[in-house]
Structures are given as structure tokens and as C-alpha cells.
Design a binder for this molecule. Structure first.
Ligand code: SF4
Length: 273
């Protein structure tokens, strides 16, 4: 029997700790790890967020996660299926969970045993970089092979306010991102480009995002890639956030790639509609 990917990640909201999905950005089968089976926990409140309101009594258990992940990876290996990655995302910001370090170690060990080709990925909004211990932990984990996909939806406080609705000042977060990039740690930027209340990011936002993304790619930065992706799944606040035209994503990637190329930087932007 083949692993059945979960459509639209909905089993996460039923408390699943491990959920296989077909991922656009992974280009294949991705096994998600959900550290928040009881309710959403996040330091952002993005209007395009796909997590629908839910509540369960399920408590995260490292042992249950380990058993579920081992079973999923073993089944995939027996069926000759290729797992592209094991991805920490789930119902919120994974780096907020005290269980994240142990879960990451467990996932790494099981990956080595059953799916050596799979990458370990953390999809993060980057707020874990704001304290020294989080910064050091993520930097060390990335240098050991964890792929960090860092959310950068905005270049200005105003658009950040529309896209991420966080109490954390944008300048503080951007400063942590600059320090992370300057540390030479490998990472990928990920940017959701969509309409909010019918409006695309204004020209000054586009210019500021390009400037910041270029700064994060400069010097001895470990920037590997930039994912520019569109809204493709339903969200509980629809239609507050809506998909942008493909041309808007293409334009953003082309503008950044031109800057990166002229700067002699190897990293490139890719578009995921
Ligand atoms: S950072 Fe991710 S989980 Fe958090 S609100 Fe935004 S989209 Fe949702």
C-alpha cells in the first residue's frame, strides 16, 4: 500500500503529529511534523494562514511522534517511494515549541535509518532568532544540515503589518535576519506574495523588499535560494488574502534575480505558483 498524502494538511487540525503531503516547494512527498496537536501557536497572525481554528486535548508526545514517523518512513521505503523531506511546520511556529530540539534529533536519526535521501527542513517565521539561545541553536542545526526556510513577506513595517500582524517590530526582526545572514549560516528565504484586501504590495514595499533581500544575500551570507510563492490553498480568513497574478510573482523573482546576478551572488529566486 502506498502512503496517502493528506489533502490540504487537514489531519494536522485533528491532532496528527506526522502527516505526509505532496509539497509544491519540495517538489514531491514531504512528511510534515506537527508540534502543536492541541491548538495553533504562532508569533505571527498571517491573514493567508492555512490553519483553521481547532482545539483538541492531544498533548505532543515525542514517543508517539517517533513511532508515527518511523512507521511512515518505513512504509515509504518498503514501497520504494522517495521522501523529499521531513518538514517541521504544522500548526504554528515550530521554533516556539520546547519539544522542537528533541523532535529534530529524533527526525534526524530516523531519516538516517529509513530515508537517507530526505532533507530535514524547518519552515519558520524567524522569530526564534530574536533570542541568543534560539539564534545559536538554529545556526548550529543549519550547519549540521537542517534546511531553514525563513519567512520574509515584507520589506516595510507597513506591509509586514498587513501580512504578518505581529506585535514584534519589523526592524527588530529584520535586524536578527541580517545578523543570521552575516553569520554565514546556510538558509533559504521564503516570501508569500498575495493580495491583501484586494491590493498587491505597493511599489515602495517592493523596492524595500528587494533592498532587504539583496542585503541578506550580500557579503559572506549563506543564502542558498529564495522561494517566492503564491496563495494556493484555502484559509479561514478568505477572501482577506487572495492569490496574486502569476505575473506579479514572476516580476518579483526577475527583479531580484537581476540584482543577485549583478552582485555576483549564486543564490537565485524561484517561483512557486
Ligand atoms: S507564520 Fe505560518 S503558522 Fe504562523 S500565522 Fe503565519 S502562516 Fe500561520
Amino acid at each position: 500500500m502506498k502512503i496517502g498524502p493528506v489533502p490540504d494538511h487537514r489531519s494536522r487540525e485533528g491532532g496528527a503529529l506526522v502527516y505526509p503531503v505532496y509539497s509544491r516547494r519540495s517538489r514531491g512527498l514531504s512528511v510534515g511534523i506537527n508540534l502543536f496537536p492541541d491548538r495553533k501557536r504562532c508569533s505571527f497572525d498571517c491573514p493567508y494562514c492555512e490553519v483553521f481554528p481547532f482545539e483538541t486535548d492531544i498533548v505532543f508526545s515525542a514517543a508517539v511522534m517517533k513511532a508515527a514517523l518511523a512507521s511512515c518512513l518505513r512504509e515509504a521505503a518498503e514501497n520504494g517511494e522517495t521522501i523529499r523531506d521531513i518538514c517541521f511546520s504544522g500548526n504554528g511556529e515550530p521554533a516556539l515549541s520546547p519539544d522542537f530540539p528533541e523532535a529534530l534529533r529524533t527526525a534526524g536519526a530516523l531519516r538516517d535509518e529509513f530515508a537517507a535521501e530526505a532533507k530535514l527542513v524547518l519552515i519558520t517565521n524567524g522569530t526564534g532568532l530574536l533570542d541568543d539561545s534560539g539564534f545559536s541553536f538554529l545556526s548550529a542545526a543549519a550547519k549540521r544540515g537542517l534546511e531553514i526556510w525563513l519567512k520574509l513577506d515584507a520589506g516595510t513595517e507597513a506591509w509586514y503589518g498587513e501580512m504578518n500582524r505581529s506585535g514584534i517590530p519589523f526592524g527588530r526582526l529584520a535586524g536578527a535576519f541580517r545578523a543570521f545572514a552575516a553569520s554565514g549560516t546556510p538558509f533559504t528565504l521564503q516570501t508569500m506574495l498575495c493580495r491583501i484586501n484586494g491590493a498587491l504590495p505597493p511599489p515602495e514595499e517592493e523596492a524595500a523588499w528587494l533592498e532587504l533581500a539583496a542585503a541578506l544575500a550580500s557579503g559572506k551570507s549563506g543564502l542558498r535560494s529564495v522561494h517566492i510563492y503564491g496563495k494556493a490553498r484555502p484559509a479561514p480568513e478568505d477572501p482577506l488574502a487572495e492569490a496574486a497574478p502569476r505575473e506579479a510573482l514572476d516580476r518579483r523573482a526577475a527583479l531580484l534575480n537581476n540584482i543577485l546576478k549583478n552582485a555576483g551572488t549564486a543564490a537565485r529566486a524561484e517561483v512557486f505558483y
